[in-house]
Structure formats: structure tokens, C-alpha cells
Design a protein around this ligand. Structure first.
Ligand code: URA
Ligand code: SF4
Length: 208
């Protein structure tokens, strides 16, 4: 016979978690838009930026957090880094409309400060549910914050362009970390290296 500790483990009497039980990306993005788990971000943002792209995309790109333009438009990667991302995608034969684009944190941090660990933790269930619903072949991690979220011990300089597998929510996914495209805006000399890393996406997709 099970004892009381067994019963309490399963949260038998807790209401179902709406993030985990939602069935579509649209439904999930509705929850993100209404979210106010991070007091400071919820107050500061114009709007939350859940993500954009086909709900069955083969590739998901994960950046850091919305910036000024993303916060205004409600769409990720629409500023300078976004224009560069679109250009990079086209170079490897992908249209922006074919891929799903989102961020670790869905609301803009004040003055573009780094997201706090507590904010990344609070926002993680949305990202995990996005991955569970989309079931992509490849997840591209743009920059240090995205890398550290999934592979906390790794350094972006060493991990960039090296594919790796990890189970998220019981499903094995392929991840490819790379430098954030914003680096290419700030440091033109890094553009060839960023482009080299981007070609790895094509290579991984073609090998699947
Ligand atoms: N940089 C990011 O990491 N995400 C965006 O959405 C825009 C710029
Ligand atoms: Fe909610 Fe994520 Fe925005 Fe925090 S960053 S308020 S968890 S949507």
C-alpha cells in the first residue's frame, strides 16, 4: 500500500499546469503575453515577445532576450542583429519564414541589461514547451546565454559550431551553439567566423 509521501509526490490535488498542458503554440504564446512572473520585466516591457515561425519548423533559433525594437514590434530579432540573422539564413539557403525564432527570456530587460538567472529560470518552462510542441530537428543556440542555459559548463568560444545532443522533456534534441549575430554587428572582423559557423547548420540539416 502506498503511504502519504507517495501520494504527495504526484501533486494529485494541484491544478494542472497550463504551460505543460497547452496543446498549441498559439495557446502557449497567449500565456506568455499574459505572463507577469518577473515583476520588473512585466512592468518595463511594452509587450512580451514569445517567438515567431511555423509551429512545425525544422530549426529553432534561441537568442538572449528582446531588445528595443523587438519590444516595440512584439517579434524577436527585428533590429540590426535580426537583419544580419536574416542575411545569414539566406546565405545557407533558408528563408526566415521557414525557421522558428525565440529567446531565452521573452521580455526585454531594462536598458538591455543581461537577463537575471531568476528571470531565465522563470521563463524556461515556456521555452521547454515550445521545443516540446515544435519538435525541431535542430536547435541553434545564439550566444552565451542560450548555450549556458542548456550546457551550463561550456564556453561559447570552444562550443561554437560543435553539434551535441541532449534530452529535453524526455526527447533527445540536437543543439548547435554559435556566436550571437550581434557580435558581427559590433565587430565586423568576426563576420567570416560567424558565417563559417552558420554553414554548420546547413551541414547538420543535410546529414539528418
Ligand atoms: N538579440 C537577441 O538575443 N534576441 C532578439 O530578439 C534580438 C536581439
Ligand atoms: Fe514571464 Fe518570461 Fe516575461 Fe518573465 S520574462 S515575465 S517569465 S514571459
Amino acid at each position: 500500500m502506498s503511504d502519504l509521501t507517495d501520494l504527495s509526490q504526484g501533486d494529485l490535488f494541484a491544478p494542472p499546469d497550463p504551460i505543460v498542458t497547452c496543446k498549441t503554440i498559439d495557446e502557449l504564446h497567449g500565456l506568455v503575453r499574459d505572463c507577469s512572473k518577473c515583476d520588473e520585466l512585466a512592468e518595463y516591457r511594452t509587450q512580451a515577445v514569445p517567438g515567431v515561425g511555423p509551429p512545425d519548423a525544422r530549426v529553432v533559433f534561441i537568442g538572449e532576450a528582446p531588445g528595443r525594437w523587438e519590444d516595440k514590434k512584439g517579434e524577436p530579432f527585428v533590429g540590426d542583429a535580426g537583419a544580419y540573422l536574416t542575411e545569414l539564413l539566406e546565405k545557407i539557403g533558408l528563408q526566415r519564414s521557414q525557421v522558428f525564432i525565440t529567446n531565452i527570456v521573452k521580455c526585454r530587460p531594462p536598458d538591455n541589461r543581461n537577463p537575471k538567472t531568476s528571470e531565465m529560470d522563470s521563463c524556461a518552462p515556456y521555452l521547454e514547451r515550445q521545443l516540446a510542441l515544435i519538435k525541431p530537428d535542430l536547435v541553434v543556440l545564439l550566444g552565451r546565454f542560450a548555450l549556458e542555459r542548456f550546457f551550463p559548463k561550456e564556453k561559447i568560444t570552444e562550443a561554437a559550431a560543435v553539434p551535441r545532443r541532449k534530452a529535453i522533456g524526455g526527447r533527445e534534441l540536437t543543439f548547435l551553439p554559435m556566436l550571437h549575430p550581434a557580435f558581427g554587428i559590433r565587430r565586423q572582423d568576426l563576420k567570416p567566423e560567424i558565417e563559417r559557423q552558420f554553414w554548420k547548420i546547413r551541414e547538420v540539416l543535410d546529414a539528418l
